[in-house]
Design a protein around this ligand. Structure first.
Ligand code: 3Y8
Ligand code: NAP
Length: 249
């Protein structure tokens, strides 16, 4: 089994599968971070070379079932996984958590893209907590009047940064109390985040502080059989393995 990971759900599924003898899972990372947290099952790091490369990998191993447990904003790998699974005739399960929904007391400003988020900050200079990582920073260089607190896993290249940027490195998820203390310490006036779903400490902190949140909407989900938690994925995978055994496949 191949799990395309890089999320808390993928790591949770890996922990559930560790030690199981009915399956031989491998957890795959893109190699985006310098030192990913490795799971208690075999893992691999690096791209496959597009959908074709992934299809070849599925055929060569061979892989009997593919789990796409990548992040809701990792659009390219999910498209490649759907195409490669079809090309190689391998069943695919999507493990993706639901998006956050605004709760009473939230002051959300939904935007379709990261570029629209930069524009939504408006003209007047503001103190912005930017929690979208380091791959999408360029649009904020054009909104140079703001004071940015930027969080990413590894430090971003200086060439990507807007002029007034304070860098914070860390690997989430982050708790509400720590997020609230951080926002108060930096005098945050607005939070910018992708609608990643999952741990929402920063949203709860913004709500408690009465701060506006610029929320970047998700793209459409990958489609196909989809579950939202690692335990549901395990149930699906066991049923799939039992059905294969019954067929003598
Ligand atoms: C390399 C694996 C676990 C996994 C932890 C989850 C939770 C923390 C929330 C903030 C938001 C952000 C970012 C974030 C979250 C979890 C989860 C999640 C957001 C790791 C990981 C890899 C990555 C890649 C990295 C991106 C970046 C995005 C930071 C590991 C820690 C901002 C997305 O420096 C870079 O180039 C980083 C790039 C893609 C988005 C970006 O554009 O910068 N994730 N994140 C995976 C790989 O190589 O395949 O290093 O251990 C995984 C996690 N990131 O086991 O608990 O489940 O989502 N990751 C966002 O949601 O906006 C941080 O700071 O509040
Ligand atoms: P992406 O844009 O969808 O994919 C870009 C390329 O990276 C893919 O075409 C593939 O390269 C490679 N790739 C991506 N995920 C991979 C994986 N799990 N295993 C092997 N190769 C992978 O991806 P991204 O948005 O940069 O995200 C990269 C990783 O970070 C993913 O694992 C994702 O789950 C994780 N992550 C992303 C975000 C986010 O905000 N985007 C947030 C949290 C975690 P080839 O074409 O060469 O195969």
């Amino acid at each position: 089994m191949l799990i395309l990971g890089g999320t808390a759900e993928a790591s949770a599924l890996a922990r559930l599968l560790a030690g199981e003898t009915w399956v031989a899972p491998v957890l795959s990372f893109a190699g985006r971070t310098v030192a990913p947290v490795l799971p208690p099952i075999p893992s691999r790091i690096g791209g496959f070379g597009g959908a074709e490369g992934l299809a070849s990998y599925l055929r060569a191993e061979p892989v009997d079932v593919l789990v796409d447990a990548t992040h809701p904003f990792a659009a390219r790998i999910s498209a490649n996984a759907a195409q490669a699974a079809a090309l190689a005739g391998v069943p695919r399960l999507v493990l993706q958590r639901p998006p956050w929904i605004a709760a009473p007391g939230d002051d959300w400003h939904p935007v379709p893209t990261v570029e629209a988020a930069a524009a939504a900050l408006g003209e007047a200079p503001r103190r912005v907590f930017l929690t979208i990582g380091r791959q999408d920073l360029l649009p904020f260089q054009a909104a140079a009047q703001h004071a940015y607190l930027i969080r990413s896993v590894d430090p971003p290249d200086a060439s990507l940064l807007p002029p007034d940027a304070t860098i914070l490195t860390g690997r989430g998820p982050f708790g509400e109390a720590a997020e609230r203390a951080l926002m108060e310490r930096h005098g945050t006036q607005v939070l910018v985040t992708k609608n990643s779903g999952g741990a929402d400490g920063k949203l709860a902190a913004a709500r408690a502080l009465g701060l506006p949140v610029i929320m970047v909407a998700r793209r459409p989900p990958p489609g196909g059989e989809t579950v939202a938690e690692a335990e549901a994925a395990l149930t699906w995978l066991r049923a799939h393995a039992d059905a294969r055994a019954a067929r003598g496949a």
